[in-house]
Structure formats: C-alpha cells, structure tokens
Write a protein that binds this ligand. Structure first.
Ligand SMILES: C[S@@+](CC[C@H](N)C(=O)[O-])C[C@H]1O[C@@H](n2cnc3c(N)ncnc32)[C@H](O)[C@@H]1O
Length: 373
C-alpha cells in the first residue's frame, strides 16, 4: 500500500487529488512531486491510495523534505513519464523549476497536473504553466483549491537540476571579538580570518531557504558567533545550503563540520558549497529529520542553528523545541548550543528547562543570539 505525501492528506485538496487519481488508473508511469510547504496544514488523518479509489498504475513519489534526491533529478532527462502531478510550491521560481524538470521527462502528449490551495499561489500557476507548456487549462476549482492541466506538445528545456543551480555571492560578516562572545572555557585558536568580512559564493536551488540571499538572522548569527578552534566539532543544524558551515570553514579551514537538513535539495547545494580537499577538513552531510539523523555516540563542541520556526505558512516551535530537548545529549562536556531567534521570541524559559547556563550573547531590535550550556 502506498502512502501519500503528507500534504495530500489535507482535506481541502482531497477532491482535487481524487480527480487526478481517477485518471491515473491505467497509467503506465507517472511521477508525483509533493511539496510540503504550500501553506496548508498537514495534520489531517492519514490517507492512502486505497482510500482514494482505484489503485493507480506505476506512480513514483518524490517529496524533497522526505526523500533523498532520486537519480532522475540529478541526471539528464532520459526517464519518460506518461503523467506528472505537482503540488504547487509556495515559491513561484521553484514551481517553474519543477515545470521544466517534469516537463522535460514527460512523453509528448503526456499530461501534467498541477494542484494547490489558493493561499499557496495556485491562482497564478496557470500563467507559469502556459509559459512552459504553451497551454494551460483549469480542470477544477473546489474547496479553495485548483487543479490545472497542461499537455506536452513540444520538447521542454532546462530539464537538468544543474540548469537551476544559482551561484550567489554574499558578504559574510567578520567575527565578533567582543568579550561577551569569547568562550572562556574553550579558548579558540586564532581564526583564519579575524577582521575582514568575507565574500562567499554559494550554490542554491529554487525553494531552498533564503534562496539567492543571506538571511538577516543568519547574518546576525555569523556576526556574533565566537570563534571556534579548528579541531572543535561543530554541527550546523537545519543547514539549508550550508551558509553557516561554509562561513565557519572560511574562518577555520580545518573546522570539523556536520550538517543536517531535512531538505534534500538544500543538501545537494550544501555538498557543492563544502567540497573536500585543498587542506579542508571534510564536512559530513546528513539528510534527515532533526537530531534523529545522528548516531547516538556523536558529540559536538557546538551546535549552531538558525532554526526553523514555521511549518508551511504557520509558525511552529515544534522542531525548535525538539532541538532544545535533544541537544544536550549530543554536546560534549562544555559544549554549547547557539541559536539565533527573532527578537520578539524569548527562548530563555525553554532553554532553561534543559540547560544550566543560558546567556544572551547579542541582541538588536530584530534578532537575539542565545548560548545555552
Ligand atoms: C531558517 S532555515 C536556516 C537555513 C540555513 N542554516 C541558513 O541560515 O540559511 C531552517 C532550515 O531547517 C531545515 N529544517 C526544517 N525542519 C527540519 C527538521 N525537522 N530537521 C532538519 N532540518 C529541518 C529547513 O529545511 C531549513 O533549511
């Protein structure tokens, strides 16, 4: 029995999903790309293909927050599908990427269905569809959602993931040298770059966090994070494309780095941003959910994060609360958790439930950097 990607459980989209599934009944090969982040609650009851009527033919599912990137994304467009289904993502540029990646792999005459909630931007997706496929039709408009269809009539370009890699040059702030930031218990070696801001060119893909820019919270964290010694083990939790890890490596080429993210596309970018070799310590990249991605014996001198505080469009502290609960188990003696957070959110009470020493390392009118030991 196939289990649907979580978002498809959302009641609002179920009638649209049912329409597509009927059409899949005798499909030879289809791909279904489900994106969790379309501004909907994924909390409805578990739904399986069987609940949705006739079993479809051979359907492959891909959901970037649930699966490691399959070969068909990273290879040239040789795979051929009869149908493709796409949950329209929040970022239009990501939608455009999927239209090309899926369109390039459809048979000529094959159909692409795109569905989503009005709040997730589906109302303007028909223009994107027409731009890529030359045609677009609204098949259904129900329960605040829409189902669109396009038919492939001609070859579609930009079908390789590499066509969507974007190199972004960002200025990484210099290290904080304030006495507050110095960690007296673990004196750091002089960092590779003490004063000057650094220019870093990083790869990103559409839909990755802060695609094409340095997030202001991340910038604040990097500006106030103390220097770590090269042999200290640092975990970049919720690494995205690896900007924090890459900045730490630029400061300390031998920094021992581990990255975790649930977004397989972001980790693909992070792998490009943290290459091995040239005297650099190798970074370990883990695709997974929370600290569950780690081996139980792993220990870090620092866990650093600009943590996720949203699920879809809604604010949710669940992942952050789990990080705070689980982090002590993975910190070495004297190790610390560093979290940047919006100024309006006071993390002290939550941190104090698990850590003895909770300090505010830096703060401005937008952000706070917390250290917990
Ligand atoms: C606020 S972004 C920070 C990204 C990056 N560190 C930066 O500063 O640009 C949070 C990251 O956490 C990841 N994330 C969300 N939920 C997660 C989970 N349950 N486990 C691991 N990573 C998660 C997201 O994919 C996203 O890349």
């Amino acid at each position: 029995m196939l289990t649907l990607p979580p978002l498809l459980h959302a009641r609002a989209l179920k009638p649209l999903v049912e329409l597509m599934v009927q059409d899949l009944a005798d499909c030879r090969a289809a791909i279904w790309v489900g994106e969790a982040d379309v501004g909907l609650s994924a909390s409805a009851n578990s739904t399986t293909m069987d609940d949705l009527g006739d079993s479809p033919g051979a359907v492959e599912f891909f959901h970037r927050f649930q699966a490691t990137l399959p070969d068909w994304i990273t290879q040239p467009a040789e795979v051929r599908w009869q149908n493709a289904l796409l949950a329209w993502p929040k970022a239009r540029v990501e939608g455009m990427m999927w239209l090309h990646l899926l369109g390039a792999r459809l048979d000529v005459g094959g159909k692409l269905w795109v569905y989503g909630h009005n709040r997730g931007g589906i109302k303007s997706a028909d223009r994107a569809l027409a731009e890529v496929f030359g045609n677009a039709e609204v098949l259904a408009s129900k329960a605040h959602g829409r189902l669109l269809q396009a038919v492939k009539t001609a070859p579609i370009g930009r079908g390789a993931l590499a066509d969507w890699a974007e190199a972004v040059t960002m200025t990484i702030p210099s290290l904080a040298v304030s006495p507050l930031a110095a960690d007296a218990s673990q004196p750091a070696n002089p960092p590779a770059s003490q004063a000057a801001p650094q220019q870093l060119t990083l790869t990103s893909y559409p839909g990755c966090f802060a695609h094409g820019r340095l997030d202001a919270g991340t910038e604040f964290l990097l500006a106030h994070l103390p220097a770590f010694a090269g042999d200290q083990r640092v975990l970049d939790y919720g690494s995205g494309v690896g900007v924090i890890a890459a900045a730490l490596r630029a400061r300390q080429p031998k920094q021992r780095l581990t990255l975790i993210d649930i977004d397989s596309l972001a980790l693909q970018a992070a792998a490009a941003n943290l290459p091995d070799g040239h005297g650099l310590a190798s970074a370990s990249l883990l695709h997974g959910d929370r600290l569950d991605a780690l081996d139980l014996h792993q220990r870090f001198d620092a866990i650093v994060s600009n943590p996720p505080i949203h699920q879809g469009a809604a604010q949710s502290m669940d992942v952050l609360a789990r990080l705070i609960a689980d982090a002590p188990r993975f910190l070495s003696h004297g190790g610390a958790l560093y979290l940047v957070m919006q100024h309006r959110l006071n993390l002290a009470p939550l941190l104090q439930t698990r850590f003895e020493h909770v300090e505010l390392l830096a703060s401005n009118d937008q952000y706070k950097l917390w250290r917990a030991r």
